[in-house]
Design a protein. Structure first.
Length: 427
């Protein structure tokens, strides 16, 4: 009965995703006021960016928890279970607590016309307060300036790498997108700029300075990452700051993971005080970093979300760097509004077989057209095989290779993890 109530409550919550995306802070601000503004009960580290924000959040989580703090972590989307979004000290919000909160506040959610993400954000911030966390790490959902999470008053805010995504909401140039993401920088809070491209970096830096950030830390100016080495056990790098240089290792695999770790460390360094002491102990704390669904290896399976061709190319490079057992096959499902052709081309550089399929939870309105995909792949000479049934696609790929890459959308990776009984929150 409890599970039935939970799933019924989630069904009503997810129904709030219908219609046009409505950005803005008015509804969520009013909702949080009704809750007593729980987001003010604890310090917050706020993270935005097109790429790298998940890794930065995961790194902060490990560093803060490893220091003995009680840590709330709010991320999106989830892989297998909605509760993965709202985590305290590695444990998801219990199903019965989610059900109770949604049931109690549903009349107000309806009255305010709160969206799915606004309701979920308010629930997370309220849960963290109820759980008396020492600190919370909050990941932006979309953009920054008008994202529901921008109701927090952060100790430090970071913008990681910028790329083209959600152009209909954020603008069609990198400068416009950066401007939206820079909206999380606030007067009196530390601002961290993780984007290295000079023009975008300058744009973010100028915005942070204009709003009166307490301090602005910029990659390439206030820290530098050198001598990156990627291996099967993680990514080692030299971090150079005004305090000198250190050799560090993150368990996350990929050159970009060194830069993401550096952004997390810059947030702590900029915050100062006890947070700086945690940063200085990074060498001992970084080994605990985990990030589900990002180069997540449970042999022979390798799970890695890739929304664009660059992301897929990075997955391929990492596979080669760690010397994954050959041959490699891939199971791929991408949402139709993403660059699925670029993703397939990148995957084909390492996979001898590519099975294209349909993830069960992929939204029907955004599902890719397998007729179009297979016709295009055949015209390009890619080793693509169509298997509509998702379970059969996993079996087919497993039978053809020593390493099976599951990639594409969060739906694809999450559905595979659920079927293969891989817990995203397992240590």
């Amino acid at each position: 009965m409890a599970d039935a109530a939970y799933h019924d409550a989630l069904r009503r919550l997810f129904a709030r995703t219908g219609g046009a995306w409505r950005l803005g802070l008015e509804r969520v601000s009013e909702l949080l006021a009704l809750l007593g503004n729980p987001q003010r009960a604890y310090p917050v580290f706020h993270v935005a960016g097109t790429n790298g924000k998940g890794s930065t959040v995961a790194t902060l989580d490990a560093l803060l928890r490893g220091s003995g703090l009680r840590v709330g972590r709010y991320t999106s989307p989830h892989l297998v279970d909605f509760a993965e979004r709202l985590v305290v000290d590695g444990a998801p919000m219990p199903h019965d607590a989610i059900t109770a909160w949604l049931t109690q506040w549903e009349p107000e959610l309806t009255r305010l016309g709160a969206t799915f993400f606004e309701a979920t954000t308010a629930m997370a911030l309220d849960w963290f307060s109820a759980q008396r966390v020492d600190v919370a790490i909050v990941e932006v959902g979309l953009g920054g300036r008008l994202d529901a999470t921008n109701t927090v008053e952060p100790l430090a805010a970071a913008v990681t790498q910028i790329g083209f995504d959600h152009l209909e909401f954020l603008g069609d140039t990198l400068e416009l997108i950066a401007g939206e993401k820079a909206g999380i920088y606030k007067r009196g809070a530390v601002a961290v700029v993780g984007e290295a491209r000079p023009s975008i970096c300058a744009h973010l830096t100028a915005h942070a300075e204009s709003v009166g950030a307490r301090g602005v830390l910029v990659t390439g100016r206030d820290w530098e990452v050198r001598d990156i080495v990627v291996g099967a056990s993680g990514t080692s790098f030299t971090l150079v700051t005004t305090d000198g240089e250190r050799r560090l290792t993150t368990p996350l695999i990929g050159e970009f993971q060194a830069h993401n770790a550096a952004v997390a460390l810059a947030m702590l360094r900029g915050a100062g005080g006890r947070w700086l002491e945690i940063e200085r102990n990074a060498s001992a704390l970084l080994p605990a970093v985990r990030l589900a669904g990002r180069f997540h290896h449970v042999a022979p399976w390798l799970f890695d979300v890739a929304h664009n061709a660059d992301g897929a190319a990075t997955v391929v490079a990492n596979l080669l760097d760690v010397g994954a057992p050959l041959p490699v096959s891939a199971v791929v499902c991408v949402l139709r509004d993403k660059d699925w052709a670029g993703i397939l081309q990148a995957v084909a550089r390492v996979a001898t077989h590519i099975v294209v399929t349909m993830a069960p939870t992929a939204p029907v309105a955004r599902a890719w057209n397998l007729d179009e995909v297979t016709a295009w792949a055949e015209s390009e000479g890619l080793p693509v095989q169509r298997v509509d049934n998702f379970a059969l696609a996993l079996d087919r790929a497993r039978a053809q290779a020593a390493t099976v890459l599951v990639t594409g959308s969060f739906h694809t990776v999450g559905d595979a993890m659920e079927r293969l009984q891989v817990d995203p929150l397992a240590r």
